[in-house]
Design a protein around this ligand. Structure first.
Ligand SMILES: *Cc1c(COP(=O)(O)O)cnc(C)c1O
Length: 445
């Protein structure tokens, strides 16, 4: 009863993200009363296993006692303060930690308050760097096919998911889109590394031909998450780093979704042993508690902005909530868990369990591929296994899986025909088994 009452009040005044609100005439909205660990509870006592970490943000469970305690202590001292001309301990300590744990050479931290804003910051900084260095012809960005970098106009422009982008095309800056290294399209028997290397030839040629006009290449390292959890080999990043250096073009690594242990290493770039010129972080940064993002960059880039005020070279970008103290404190508590517990080692065990549990899907007549990178597993549903013909989007197969899984107490949120699992790191093997079992039933039903 309480559920439907809240739902009614919500639908009278609210407008939800990424939703055709009309769907809620038939699809109930689920009001959540509380969350503990991987479980969410509604107002009628139903429980839902959060298999997607509440849109990929939650790392150590809902109402995590360590993060809760850190936030409560911060709250009694300072909730927020203007971050121009002023500073505070949580922001300083977090920047020190981020500089220490991110790939070598990243020595400056600029805060923003969500992932899209971080991408905007990186794009503007890169462009502005070249302006300050007298290279005013550099105005373009290279992006990968099927990439996703957020929803604000700049971030949307460098993304390539038609569903989100197409309507707004007349408003977006021009970008150069390179074919993706996405290994779903590799030939039979071809390795991920071979396919990603083969695909690299395209962007190499694009860089060779356009470098004089290009500020930066932006990529999601290893996994194109919103593009359907499509994955590629680290060799591509290694080659890209070397070629960006060769042609004097920045590399922006958008680790907003894949950072903080999701792919098996603390940052995905580590698997290619590279340092980007800009590293964008958000989502898991605060353990899924509060909106915060950070852009890490190099001394060289920082130095191009550092001069007498009268030279007008400063980066004047700002957000009201830049460096919010509560958000920084949640991030510090989250990083503290990485320091005191063997998170990456434990994730290896969980990832191996996910691998075992996902094997049965390989033989399903409507599964074209089961792929995994660390704590991300994706199952690609198709109408025809042999030809890989996709289900028509109008059938909304993913939505059917979503509904079925919810009725069995598991929150899955497929991307089109791709069912994926990005669970919080505190999930148990039994809960993983439940998650895969319900997904199996959902597909079969
Ligand atoms: C989610 C996401 C973004 C955007 O972050 P928001 O906080 O939702 O604006 C950008 N890039 C990637 C790779 C993401 O997954």
């Amino acid at each position: 009863m309480k559920n439907s009452l809240l739902s009614q009040r919500d639908l009278a005044v609210l407008w939800h993200p990424c939703t055709q609100m009309h769907d809620h005439e038939t699809q109930p909205l689920i009001p959540i009363k509380s969350g503990h660990g991987v479980w969410l509870e509604d107002f009628e006592g139903n429980h839902y296993l959060d298999a997607i970490s509440s849109w990929w943000v939650n790392l150590f469970g809902h109402a995590n006692p360590i993060i809760n305690a850190a936030l409560k202590a911060q709250l009694d001292n300072l909730e927020h303060v203007i971050f121009a001309g002023f500073t505070h301990e949580a922001a300083i300590e977090l920047a020190e930690k981020l500089v220490a744990i991110t790939p070598a050479g990243l020595s400056r931290c600029f805060y923003a308050d969500n992932g899209s804003a971080a991408v905007e910051v990186a794009l503007k900084m890169s462009f502005h760097f070249w302006q300050n260095r007298g290279q005013s012809r550099k105005t373009k960005f290279i992006t990968l096919e099927n990439s996703y970098h957020g929803e604000t106009l700049g971030a949307l422009a460098v993304g390539d998911v038609a569903l989100y982008k197409k309507t707004y095309a007349p408003l977006l800056m021009d970008v150069i889109t390179a074919p993706s290294p996405d290994c779903y399209f590799r030939d039979e028997g071809e390795s991920w590394a071979d396919y990603s290397t083969r695909q690299f030839a395209h962007i190499e040629r694009i860089l060779q031909e356009n470098a004089n006009e290009v500020c930066a290449v932006i990529v999601e390292p290893l996994v194109q998450c919103a593009g359907g959890m499509r994955m590629y080999d680290a060799i591509y990043l290694k080659l890209l780093r070397a070629t960006c250096d060769k042609y004097n073009v920045h590399l922006i690594a958008d680790e907003i979704a894949v950072g903080f242990g999701r792919t098996g290493t603390l940052f995905a770039c580590e698997q290619a042993d590279i340092s980007p010129d800009f590293l964008c972080l958000s989502k898991g940064l605060t353990g899924g508690y509060l909106p915060l993002s950070a852009v890490l960059t190099t001394n060289d880039i920082y130095a191009a902005f550092y001069d007498d005020y009268s030279k007008l070279t400063a980066f004047l970008h700002s957000h009201s909530y830049t460096g919010n103290a509560l958000a920084c404190r949640a991030a510090l508590a989250t990083l503290g868990i990485f320091e005191t517990q063997n998170v990456l080692g434990n994730n290896q065990v969980l990832a191996a369990t996910m691998k075992t549990l996902s094997q049965r899907f390989l033989n399903h007549p409507n599964v074209a591929e089961v792929r995994q990178t660390g704590m991300i597993v994706a199952i690609e549903l198709v109408k025809n296994k042999r030809t890989r013909e996709a289900y028509p989007w109008q059938e909304r197969r993913g939505l059917q899986v979503y509904r079925y899984a919810l009725s069995k107490g598991v929150l899955l949120r497929p991307l089109g025909n791709v069912i994926y699992f990005i669970p919080p790191y505190v999930i148990t093997p039994e809960e993983l088994a439940l998650m895969f079992d319900v997904a199996w039933q959902a597909i079969t039903a």
